[in-house]
Design a protein around this ligand. Structure first.
Ligand SMILES: [Zn+2]
Length: 313
């Protein structure tokens, strides 16, 4: 390593430390304005001391949007002070357990909130061994056959439960699709399929006033359309479960740090939030973040559970 390279690495490590400290300066929920709060910054293996994937978007003190509900996010949802009654939209990026397994538990918790208002939920259509969102919900909530059939009111609004209004997005969709929003809401959400091996998966773009937050989900970063989808976002949340230099099947599922940096740079996002770590990517976290920063020179936030990132344009 040359002296120059060594100096660069030190600078990058200081930047990473500084930016990851900056996230703790914000407190969720902010009284007014926008923030994204990380419910879970971990991956699918219970080896990282973190909850799996989940994020809340706060708007003027209200928990309006939930993206993903992986294992452990049930606990973090409560710790964050989020309220099921306030949710306008739930997006499940895909139906791997580390993105969806705590959703039925959140539904049960929501039963006690007294919510009656319907709730829009968007997720992928069927593909490979994975059911589509409708079939997935039915497999849990059907009154006759569902594993949690006692919560079947979420399917039809009976028993005083809030009816879920599922929106399924086929993996053949090639253009961003508006899945929530309109004249009656200041929140708009669009979805776009993202490449995650054989798993049907979605990225979400949440727009509130003049702030745009894009959730990249798990993806291998091979679709150039995604950088357009994320173009100019106030914040882009990207998942970094694998280290630079990973090989084989991992690259079918996930983008390595170098690709993440290129996407963030192509999309010219103001803040890049790195999340969804596993023990294998945490071991060399500083080095992996430095690789991201080789391509992307904007603000980088390294997520931790319950981190609160205030976002204002
Ligand atoms: Zn995952």
């Amino acid at each position: 390593m040359t002296d120059g390279t060594h100096y660069l690495l030190i600078v990058l490590m200081v930047m990473v430390t500084t930016t990851s400290c900056a996230q703790t300066a914000a407190e969720c929920p902010p009284e007014d304005g926008l923030a994204v709060q990380v419910l879970g910054s971990g991956g699918p293996i219970a080896d990282d001391g973190r909850a799996s994937s989940g994020y809340v978007v706060w708007v003027d003190g209200q928990s309006r949007v939930l993206i993903d509900a992986g294992g452990g996010t049930f606990l973090r949802f409560g710790e964050a002070g989020a309220d099921f009654k306030q949710l306008d939209f739930v997006g499940l990026s895909h139906l791997h357990t580390d993105h969806s397994a705590d959703f039925p538990a959140l539904l049960k918790s929501g039963y006690f909130s007294g919510r009656k208002r319907p709730l829009t939920i968007a997720g992928p259509g069927a593909g490979g061994p994975f059911p589509g969102l409708h079939a997935w919900l039915t497999s849990m909530l059907d009154s006759g056959t569902g594993a949690f059939g006692y919560l079947s009111g979420y399917l039809d609004g009976s028993g005083g439960l809030a009816k879920l209004e599922p929106v399924e997005i086929s993996r053949d969709t090639s253009e961003p699709l508006t899945v929530f929003g309109g004249e009656s809401s200041d929140v708009t959400v669009a979805a776009l399929p993202v490449p995650h091996g054989i798993v049907p998966a979605l990225g979400f773009r949440v727009r509130v006033r003049d702030v745009t937050i894009v959730f990249a989900s798990d993806q291998n970063g091979s679709d150039p359309a995604f950088a357009d989808f994320a173009g100019g976002a106030t914040a882009l949340v990207m998942h970094m479960p694998i280290p630079e230099g990973a090989t084989g099947g991992a690259l079918q599922l996930h983008a390595p740090p170098g690709r993440i940096g290129e996407i963030a740079a192509d999309a010219s996002v103001a803040t890049l939030i790195l999340s969804h770590f596993m023990a294998r990517s945490l071991r060399a976290l500083e080095a992996n973040v430095s690789v991201v920063a080789e391509s992307y020179d904007g603000r980088i936030v390294v997520a931790e559970d319950l981190a609160c990132i205030a976002l204002n344009n």
